[in-house]
Design a protein around this ligand. Structure first.
Ligand SMILES: Cc1cc2nc3c(=O)[nH]c(=O)nc-3n(C[C@H](O)[C@H](O)[C@H](O)COP(=O)(O)O)c2cc1C
Length: 183
């Protein structure tokens, strides 16, 4: 079974994006995947901004990316693009840090005016990191993500439907496991 990683790139302590990330982790786990959540907000700020990939917590996060076959990259839209927190982390990856991996980009935002930010801002960065395949992204309006208790979220029905379709495409596009590819 493939190893998956969900990265959340919001600096907010009450992040809907991070809750959405945990929602996806639960859903993918139920599907039998080995999946972890990497909430970038929890990384040590000095090491992150100082670009110190040798820091043990950053090393562990970078190793999580390296070990994943598929990565969901979830970010709020900030100033018509992705967050600086996400960029600070992506800048620590090697130039081919997403090579061989399938990536699903997700963005949450306050206005559909920035629905294309995935394609004009985030996707080029993921491609520059040599992602094997970046599947069609999903933009979710913040008001379509309802926080129902401390951690869980409920999505508007059409939003949930779009998300599930994107997850299916992501799973269908995961790289073959080496043992199968070699057989
Ligand atoms: C500093 C900042 C900048 C933002 N810029 C935009 C923007 O340009 N376009 C947009 O659609 N939403 C923008 N938003 C709204 C957030 O993208 C939206 O509320 C998002 O769901 C927040 O996610 P979070 O709860 O995970 O932090 C901005 C919010 C903040 C705090």
């Amino acid at each position: 079974m493939s190893t998956l990683l969900v990265i959340s790139g919001s600096p907010s302590a009450t992040s809907r994006t991070a809750r959405l990330g945990r929602h996806l982790v639960r859903r993918l786990s139920l599907g039998g995947f080995d999946v972890e959540h990497l909430d970038l907000r929890g990384l040590p700020p000095d090491a992150l901004l100082g670009g110190d990939p040798a820091h043990p917590e950053l090393r562990r996060a970078l190793d999580q990316v390296a070990a994943a076959d598929g990565v969901v990259v979830a970010t709020p839209v900030y100033k018509a693009a992705y967050t600086g927190l996400l960029k600070a982390f992506l800048d620590l990856l090697p130039q081919d840090g997403l090579a061989g991996k399938t990536v699903l980009p997700l963005a949450t935002g306050g206005t559909i005016a920035h629905v294309l930010s995935i394609d004009y801002a985030l996707r080029p960065v993921l491609s520059a990191l040599a992602a094997r395949h970046v599947v069609g992204g999903v933009f979710l309006l913040d008001r379509s993500i309802e926080v129902v208790d401390d951690d869980a979220v409920e999505l508007a029905p059409d939003t949930e439907g779009r998300l599930l379709e994107a997850l299916d495409a992501f799973i269908d596009s995961l790289p073959p496991r080496p043992a199968l590819a070699a057989a």
